[in-house]
Design a protein around this ligand. Structure first.
Ligand SMILES: Cc1cc2nc3c(=O)[nH]c(=O)nc-3n(C[C@H](O)[C@H](O)[C@H](O)COP(=O)(O)OP(=O)(O)OC[C@H]3O[C@@H](n4cnc5c(N)ncnc54)[C@H](O)[C@@H]3O)c2cc1C
Length: 468
C-alpha cells in the first residue's frame, strides 16, 4: 500500500541538494518495488500532483528539489536484476534498478570482474538513475565519454502513466530521419526527471584495466601547462585515460603534499594511464619523460601505482571541491556564495576562454575575487568556481555569467558540460538556446508529460521560485 509521508522533519531532509537552493515538497514517497512505484505515479497523475524523482540528492543545480507536490525517493529501488555476458566474455550488459548507489554498483561489478566506466566524483553519494538523468561524467570521461555512451536500454514510466522501453540501436548504418529516432535513448538520457521516472536501466560493461599508472606533475606557468596538455592529448603510445588540471589557487587549498614541495604559484596536471600487467612503470615513463622534461617541473613529479596510492591521490583531489563548498557556505553569512560554472570548450580554445574570463573579471574589477580552476582540463572542462564575499560582489559576478556562458558557446562549447541544467541554469538555457530548439524541447516534454507534472522547473524553468 502506497504511503505518502508528510511529517515535517522528514520533509525537511528533502529540501536541499548541493545547489544552495531550497525545495518545498508537500509529501514524500519511497516506493519499495516497481508495483509500488507505479501505483504512486498513477495516483499522483490522477490527482494532478507534480512528481519530482529523487536519487542521491547530490545535484548541484536543484534538479531533485520539488518546488511543490511529491518528492519521489527512488533510493529503495536497488540492485542488479540481470547480468548478461557476451559470447566472447569481453563485455556484458547488466539490468539495474535506478536507485542503486553508483559506487556500490561499481564495486559489486568489480568483484565479479566487470568495469562500468562512468566515474563522477560524487559516486559514493549518487544513484545510477540520477547519473543517467543528468548524463553525468568524471575524470575518466576523457577516454570513456559521459554516461550516455554506457546506457543500452531504459524502462521509464512517463508523465502520461505509460511504460516506455527504449533501447540503443545496434547498427551504425541507419537513416531513420531525425537522429534521435535512430537512438531514442538520446532523447531521455539527461532529461532530469522531466519526461518520466526511470524504473530499470541496462548498462554496458567491459573488463577492468589490468594495471594503472598515475603521474602528478607541476608547471611554472599556465602556458607551459597548456602546451603539455595539447601534446599529452596527441600521445599515441600509452595514452592518458584521464587528464586533470589544477591552477595555483586550487593547489593552495590542499595542504597534504604528495610530492616534494613545488615552487609557490605552480600549477599541476594529474594523468593516469591504463595498461596491461606486463607493461612496467619504467616503460610507461620512458614514453612520457620527453614530454614531461620539455614542459614540466620534472623534479616534482610523483608516480602512483598501488591501490593505496590511488586512494591518496583521490582524497587529495577531493579536498579541493569540499573546501570550496565550505568556503561557499561561510560566504553566505556575509551575503556571498559559491558560484560553480560548468562550461566546456574545445581543448584548443581553452587558453582563449581563460583569457576572456580574466578580461571580463578585470573589466568588472573582480579579478581579486577568490576563484579556482580545476578538474577535467583534458576535456576542455575545468571547474571554474568563484566565491563572492558580499551582496555587491555577488550581484556583479551574476551579471557577468551570461557573457561567460555565451563565450563558451561561441568558442564551440557549452555552459553545461556535466552537472545538468536543473533549476539553477534553466534561466540561462532559455536565454542562450536557439528559440526554435527551445520550443521543440518543450513540445517533446509535453508529449510525454501532457499535464506538465514531471519535475516542474527542471530544464525548461517555469516552476515557482526556489529560495536561495
Ligand atoms: C561533491 C560533488 C561532486 C560531484 N561530482 C560530479 C562529477 O564529477 N560529475 C558529474 O557529472 N556530477 C557531479 N556532481 C553532481 C551530481 O552528483 C550528479 O549530477 C549526479 O548524477 C546526481 O545523481 P543523484 O543520484 O544524486 O541524483 P539527484 O541529485 O537526486 O537527482 C538528479 C536528477 O536526476 C533525476 N532522477 C533521479 N532519479 C531518477 C529516476 N529514477 N528517474 C528519472 N529521473 C531521476 C532527478 O529528478 C534530478 O533531475 C557532483 C556533486 C557533488 C555534490
Amino acid at each position: 500500500m502506497t504511503q505518502f509521508i508528510t511529517d515535517t522533519d522528514i520533509l525537511a531532509s528533502y529540501k536541499t541538494d548541493a545547489s544552495g537552493l531550497f525545495g518545498s515538497p508537500d509529501a514524500i514517497a519511497r516506493p519499495r518495488d516497481y508495483q509500488d512505484l507505479k501505483e504512486i505515479v498513477l495516483t499522483c497523475l490522477q490527482s494532478q500532483t507534480a512528481i519530482t524523482p529523487i536519487g542521491g540528492l547530490s545535484s548541484t543545480t536543484g534538479a531533485p528539489l520539488a518546488p511543490y507536490g511529491l518528492a519521489l525517493d527512488c533510493t529503495q529501488l536497488t540492485g542488479i536484476i540481470d547480468l548478461d555476458i557476451a559470447s566472447d566474455s569481453k563485455s556484458a550488459t547488466a539490468l539495474i534498478y535506478p536507485g542503486t548507489n553508483l559506487q556500490t554498483l561499481k564495486t559489486t561489478l568489480e568483484t565479479e570482474g566487470w568495469y562500468y566506466p562512468p566515474d563522477p566524483t560524487s559516486a559514493s553519494s549518487c544513484t545510477l538513475g540520477g547519473t543517467v538523468s543528468t548524463n553525468a561524467s568524471g575524470p575518466g570521461s576523457y577516454q570513456y565519454g559521459s554516461t550516455h555512451r554506457w546506457v543500452e536500454a531504459i524502462h521509464m514510466l512517463d508523465g502520461a502513466g505509460q511504460e516506455q522501453h527504449w533501447q540503443r540501436n545496434q547498427v551504425e548504418k541507419i537513416t531513420l530521419g531525425y537522429r534521435f529516432l535512430a537512438n531514442p535513448l538520446d532523447l531521455i538520457i539527461g532529461s532530469e526527471g522531466t519526461l518520466g521516472v526511470f524504473t530499470r536501466i541496462q548498462i554496458r560493461l567491459i573488463r577492468p584495466p589490468e594495471q594503472r599508472t598515475g603521474i602528478l606533475t607541476f608547471f611554472s606557468s599556465l602556458s607551459d601547462l597548456l602546451v603539455f596538455l595539447q601534446a599529452a592529448c596527441q600521445q599515441e603510445r600509452y595514452p592518458a585515460y584521464c587528464l586533470e588540471g589544477f591552477d595555483a589557487p586550487a593547489l593552495s587549498l590542499v595542504t597534504t603534499s604528495l610530492t616534494s614541495t613545488p615552487p609557490t604559484d605552480s600549477l599541476a596536471i594529474y594523468l593516469e594511464i591504463e595498461h596491461t600487467g606486463d607493461v612496467t612503470t619504467d616503460k610507461i615513463l620512458s614514453h612520457w619523460l620527453p614530454l614531461l622534461e620539455a614542459n614540466a617541473l620534472v623534479e616534482h613529479t610523483s608516480i602512483f601505482q598501488s591501490p593505496q596510492d590511488f586512494r591518496d591521490i583521490y582524497n587529495w583531489r577531493q579536498i579541493i571541491p569540499s573546501l570550496m563548498n565550505t568556503q561557499g557556505k561561510i560566504a553566505t553569512a556575509s551575503g556571498g556564495k559559491k558560484h560553480s560554472t560548468d562550461w566546456c570548450v574545445p581543448l584548443n580554445q581553452l587558453q582563449n576562454m581563460f583569457t576572456f574570463v580574466d578580461q571580463i573579471l578585470t573589466d568588472a574589477d573582480l579579478l581579486d575575487l577568490p576563484h579556482i580552476r580545476y578538474g577535467h582540463f583534458g576535456n576542455g572542462h575545468p571547474h571554474h568556481n568563484f566565491i563572492t564575499r558580499n551582496p555587491d560582489e555577488d550581484k556583479r559576478l551574476t551579471k557577468l555569467l551570461p557573457q561567460l556562458y555565451q563565450q563558451a558557446i561561441n568558442l564551440g562549447g557549452t555552459f553545461v558540460a556535466e552537472h545538468g541544467v536543473g533549476k539553477l541554469k534553466a534561466p540561462y538555457l532559455k536565454k542562450l538556446l536557439d528559440k526554435k530548439l527551445f520550443e521543440a524541447g518543450r513540445n517533446i516534454k509535453q508529449i510525454f508529460d501532457p499535464q506538465g507534472l514531471m519535475a516542474p522547473g527542471n530544464i525548461w524553468g517555469d516552476s515557482k521560485e526556489l529560495f536561495t
